[in-house]
Design a protein around this ligand. Structure first.
Ligand SMILES: NC(=O)c1ccc[n+]([C@@H]2O[C@H](COP(=O)([O-])OP(=O)(O)OC[C@H]3O[C@@H](n4cnc5c(N)ncnc54)[C@H](O)[C@@H]3O)[C@@H](O)[C@H]2O)c1
Ligand SMILES: [Zn+2]
Ligand SMILES: [Zn+2]
Length: 382
């Protein structure tokens, strides 16, 4: 048994992942559990690695949105038991440092000092293997695994607690949103749609969702938002026109550094930040869960390659806007969002477009990356 193997999604080179046999994880610390993965989602964040736009090295196992059944329990684990159904936040926290204790588990200083830690060593974020595999090791398991009701119900909804539902919720929160306010969300991908959905649950008056992909704009409309297609003209102009010239209260950037102009091809890393500063009212707020990186090997210019993004700071100052950004502290939301799912008040799985077996991951990555055939959110079932 010592050299047991399992199948996993392995990053081979830009635009290529393969299914390969890798070593099955073992308990390496008394606080660990091993989870038999039932669902692992593909994330927009995986695509930055997939496209070779991060420092991710070939050979790593992808997958940071993991849920499953506890299969093995380390000797120091007190709360979890074999057979428990659990979902893990995409970021790993120790549960003991100041940031973890204060609910900022995305900024655990112990697991990976100075940076966020993550399954699949995403963007150099820590030493943990990903969960797009048959099994995954969960460190500090009592802290990191959230227990779910047993059975198979709401599997797709619960799997989204690993990342995008809390991240969307966090994006709205970062903007300083208050019930009754209007919100614009740039990006109708999974994170943007979850931000829009969260804004609705939190009591937004009007929610605009900006994207250029038809299926994504359709989903935005389905959940009661106002879709804005930025391939048909400047998004800010369209929104201001709809509102008789009035700006919106809050804005969320759910696009990040690979933002494009209206043709969907030309990257312009500052375009969403610039638009948000234009469209949000003076003293409003910007929430920026969209990813920006300190080093981009494929950046369109030398400044962006170093993570320098230019945007009209003077206008931001003049308007007295606030900015909140960073990785989502999943632990501070997932328990409550789980309960919204259990009570039937939230059903985030409307965003899921495809559920496939692990073997189909290479094709799913390719299609999701090209955002074709309605690929919006893909769930892998090992
Ligand atoms: N902060 C966190 O904790 C966290 C967690 C998960 C994901 N993320 C990041 O959030 C971002 C979104 O994730 P996703 O999974 O939804 O990605 P995604 O790539 O599926 O979606 C991004 C969407 O933005 C659209 N877009 C591109 N340029 C645009 C523009 N100028 N205006 C409006 N829309 C534009 C694209 O058409 C696409 O549909 C990514 O950068 C991801 O890395 C952050
Ligand atoms: Zn993710
Ligand atoms: Zn910590």
């Amino acid at each position: 048994m010592s050299n047991a193997t399992m199948r996993a999604v392995v990053y081979e080179k830009p635009f290529s992942v393969v299914i390969r046999d890798v070593e099955k994880p073992k308990i390496v610390h008394p606080d660990d559990v091993i989870v038999k993965v039932t669902t692992s989602c593909i994330c927009g964040s995986d695509l930055h690695m997939y496209e070779g736009r991060t420092a991710a090295e070939p050979g790593i196992v992808f997958g940071h949105e993991n849920m499953g059944i506890v299969d093995e329990v380390g000797p120091a684990v007190a709360v979890l038991k074999k057979g428990d159904r659990v979902v893990m936040p995409f970021n790993v926290g120790c549960g003991r440092c100041a940031n973890c204790e204060e609910g900022r588990s995305a900024f655990c200083t112990h697991v990976n000092p100075g940076f966020v830690s993550h399954y699949d060593s995403y963007v150099a974020m820590g030493p943990y293997k990903g969960g797009q595999a048959e099994y995954v090791r969960v460190p500090y398991a009592d802290f990191n695994a959230l227990k779910l009701p047993p059975g198979k119900e709401n599997e797709a909804d619960f799997s989204l607690l690993a990342d995008i539902f809390p991240t969307g919720w966090h994006g709205v929160k970062l903007s300083g949103f208050k019930p009754g306010e209007s919100v614009v969300v740039f990006g109708g991908g999974p994170v943007g749609l979850m931000a829009a959905y969260s804004a609705n649950i939190q009591g937004a008056s009007d929610v605009y969702v900006v994207d250029r992909v038809k299926e994504r704009l359709d989903k935005a409309r389905e959940i009661g938002c106002i879709p804005i297609d930025f391939s048909k003209g400047d998004a800010v102009d369209q929104i201001l026109k709809l509102r008789g010239g009035n700006e919106v209260d809050r804005g969320v950037d759910a696009v990040g550094y690979q933002a494009t102009t209206g043709d969907g091809k030309t990257e312009q890393p500052n375009v969403v930040l610039e638009s948000l500063i234009r469209v949000v009212k003076p003293t409003g707020g910007l929430g920026i869960p969209g990813l920006y990186v300190p080093k981009d090997p494929g950046a369109p210019d030398s400044a962006a390659a170093k993570g320098y993004i230019s945007f009209p700071f003077g206008k931001l100052f003049e308007k007295g806007l606030t900015i909140g950004t960073g990785q989502c502290n999943v632990k501070s939301y997932n328990r409550y969002l789980r309960d919204l799912i259990i009570s039937g008040k939230a059903k985030p799985s409307f965003v899921v477009s495809h559920e496939v077996s692990l073997d189909q991951a290479p094709a799913a990555y390719d299609k999701f990356d090209r955002r074709v055939e309605g690929y919006t959110k893909v769930l892998l079932h090992p």
